[in-house]
Design a protein around this ligand. Structure first.
Ligand SMILES: NC(=O)c1ccc[n+]([C@@H]2O[C@H](COP(=O)([O-])OP(=O)(O)OC[C@H]3O[C@@H](n4cnc5c(N)ncnc54)[C@H](O)[C@@H]3O)[C@@H](O)[C@H]2O)c1
Length: 256
């Protein structure tokens, strides 16, 4: 049976862990040629080894334009072009405006927002050269709903949702589609770190689970499946979308 992403060349950032790793794996299962990239090269190589076949695992720092250019060029060299860019790498540094240092603010915004601008800049002409392509990113329900003591993260993800819509408009004439997935709380090392930073991590986790009407936290695969759809030709008329994959957390006030 044909895969939903047969023959597409895809670059996934933050692919050494969590949502990025699951996305890289699902893309390969659907027939994509995958370059898995991460700040920690070893984890990217592990992802590529899990996928097998022609997958490539590379180090990248998405805050550094030269580093991004290198992995984009490596993708084009290996697979003859680029069809799908998944900007998934991210960090979370908890704190209110009064708690956060300027350096922490810059790190959060550079990693979660400016990085997508830089990745898209480096990928754009390659996507256009294929007659169009897809720029995907991992935003968050935190870009739609404010979370206490998470100011920089929420601001970065809100900016990312708007950047997605801007890229959708600017890319339309070249058939470059831009969409983002907005996860609710999802079981990954990042969310473990978020809970660990709270006064009572167990209570905080229970509280978070209870916020989701569907009664559980998300799994990386929930988002990987959404990315498969958005990257595929099934979504050829979908652009500028913020796709909530969040167990219903953003539907409204949920009393449990
Ligand atoms: N887990 C959640 O609850 C949740 C909810 C909403 C959104 N998200 C978003 O999902 C995305 C993936 O996060 P995850 O939950 O899978 O976390 P994760 O920590 O498991 O994975 C994030 C990956 O990004 C990599 N990374 C960090 N900085 C980087 C950099 N400068 N360059 C390249 N790679 C870098 C890390 O090494 C790590 O492998 C993030 O953008 C995050 O903000 C997560």
């Amino acid at each position: 049976m044909a895969g939903r992403l047969d023959g597409k060349a895809a670059l996934v950032t933050g692919a050494g862990s969590g949502i990025g790793r699951a996305t890289a794996q699902r893309f390969a299962e659907e027939g994509a040629h995958v370059v898995a990239c991460d700040l920690r090269p070893k984890t990217a190589q592990e992802t590529a080894a899990l996928i097998g076949g022609d997958a490539l695992g590379l180090g990248v720092d998405v805050t550094d334009r030269a580093s991004i250019r290198a992995v984009v060029e490596a993708t084009v060299e290996r697979f003859g072009g680029l069809d799908v860019l998944v900007c998934n790498a991210g960090v979370t540094i908890v704190g209110s405006v009064m708690d956060l240092t300027e350096d922490q603010w810059d790190t959060e915004l550079d990693t979660n927002l400016k990085s997508v601008f830089l990745c898209a800049k480096e990928a754009w002409d390659h996507l256009a050269a294929r007659g169009g392509g897809s720029i995907l990113s991992t935003a968050s329900m935190a870009g739609q709903w404010a979370i206490p003591a998470d100011a920089a993260y929420c601001a970065s993800k809100a900016g990312l949702i708007m950047l997605t819509k801007c890229m959708a408009l600017d890319g339309a004439k070249q058939n470059i589609r831009a969409n983002c997935v907005c996860p609710g709380f999802t079981n990954t090392p990042m969310i473990d770190g978020y809970f660990d930073a709270q006064d009572d991590p167990d209570a905080s986790r229970r509280f978070a689970i209870g916020l989701h009407p569907l009664g559980r936290m998300g799994e990386p695969l929930d988002h990987a499946n959404a990315f498969v759809y958005l990257a595929s030709d099934e979504a050829s008329w979908v652009t500028g979308l913020e796709l909530n994959v969040d167990g219903g957390i953003t539907c409204g006030i949920w009393g449990g």
